[in-house]
Design a protein around this ligand. Structure first.
Ligand SMILES: [Zn+2]
Length: 341
């Protein structure tokens, strides 16, 4: 961000651009909300007008101004007064902030507006995927195709029209390697290793079933307790039979990381995966502790996509720099030749 400290008379111009990008971002965020709610259930994005989820009243245009309307109405429907989810303002302001932060990394005068715009479109797709996966544990294929296309256009465009895509730092080869650097390990881990591990060692249903069997054998229980345990045991056995192995990574995660690597390069993709796995592990631990506190027998599977999205967004800002620092750290300093004499 050196361009801001040396901006002199242009500082106002830069700030103006960033404010515009933020306002544009919250407007896009408003559309992303529609995508997040409608795509998973297969509703059209354009057909119906927005309406209140509780009373069904159509929302007037002046109540649809991103962020500001929600604040003005204090999160309540004008017609019926019922609460409007804070999710709306969260997605809108998040989109605005991420767009502005993306542009902040570039000197819009020398780098131009095009390449940061593609990064913003990519991030917009990530936001939809993250929330979709969080809500439904699924990603819609259309959005995955969208971000893959954005990544492909950015890489090919940067090679063919370097002048238009001036801010770009990722080479085509870098992106190509990035496409496979995380997605292939995920593919192997998710579709080969995890099912094996899950089947034989760590399935929660297996574990719970084993525990109950032990209790039934060893403890002296009255009839009612035995019946209750037997019922739970049957449920676990049923689950083991029905669900089969649960994959650690879904196909959506694999495709997401392929697109992420193509867009951001292999270094950022690897950093993104590390961030995601770290956050996912912390989240799993919290779930486990919570389940223990509430005395539930097993931890439910949760979507990993949101963590990958957080990783990719953070890595899009500093992933490459972080990886370079790490590589420098690993590299053994060379002994200057005159010492070797
Ligand atoms: Zn209402």
């Amino acid at each position: 961000m050196e361009h801001l400290t040396n901006a002199d008379g242009l500082l106002g111009y830069y700030i103006g651009i960033y404010i515009m990008v933020f306002l544009f971002g919250i407007t896009i965020g408003s559309f992303l909300n529609v995508c997040i709610y409608r795509l998973p259930v297969g509703e059209s994005l354009t057909k119906k007008n927005s309406h209140c989820m509780t009373c069904g009243a159509y929302i007037k245009w002046y109540d649809l101004i991103p962020v500001f309307s929600w604040l003005f109405l204090r999160g309540k429907c004008r017609a019926c007064g019922s609460k409007i989810s804070g999710r709306y303002i969260l997605v809108e302001s998040l989109t605005g902030l991420l767009f502005a932060t993306t542009y902040l990394r570039f000197d819009v005068i020398t780098d131009g507006l095009i390449y940061p715009a593609f990064l913003c479109l990519f991030i917009a797709g990530l936001i939809v995927i993250g929330f979709e996966d969080f809500d439904t544990q699924e990603m819609t294929l259309g959005v995955l195709i969208f971000i893959t296309s954005i990544a492909a256009i950015s890489r090919i465009g940067s090679m063919l029209l370097p002048d238009v895509f001036r801010g770009n730092e990722i080479t085509l080869l870098d992106g190509f390697i990035g496409m496979f650097s995380v997605s292939v390990p995920f593919l192997i881990f998710g579709f080969v290793l995890t099912p094996l591990i899950y089947c034989f060692i760590i399935s929660d249903d297996h574990k719970a079933a084993r525990k109950i069997k032990r209790r039934l054998k060893k403890e002296k229980l009255n009839e009612k307790e035995t019946e209750k345990l037997q019922k739970t045991l049957d449920k676990h056995l049923e689950a083991i039979k029905e669900v089969g192995p649960v994959y650690g990574f879904g196909m959506g995660d694999v495709l997401l990381m392929a697109a992420g690597g193509l867009m951001l390069g292999w270094k950022a993709a690897v950093v993104a995966a590390f961030i995601a796995i770290l956050l996912g592990a912390v989240y799993a631990l919290i779930l486990k502790l919570k389940a223990k506190r509430d005395d539930e027998e097993s931890v439910k599977a949760f979507a990993f996509g949101p963590f990958l999205v957080i990783g990719l967004v953070l890595a899009s800002f500093f992933g490459t720099t972080l990886m370079d620092l790490y590589i420098d750290y690993l590299t053994v300093p060379q002994i200057p030749e005159y010492y070797l004499g």
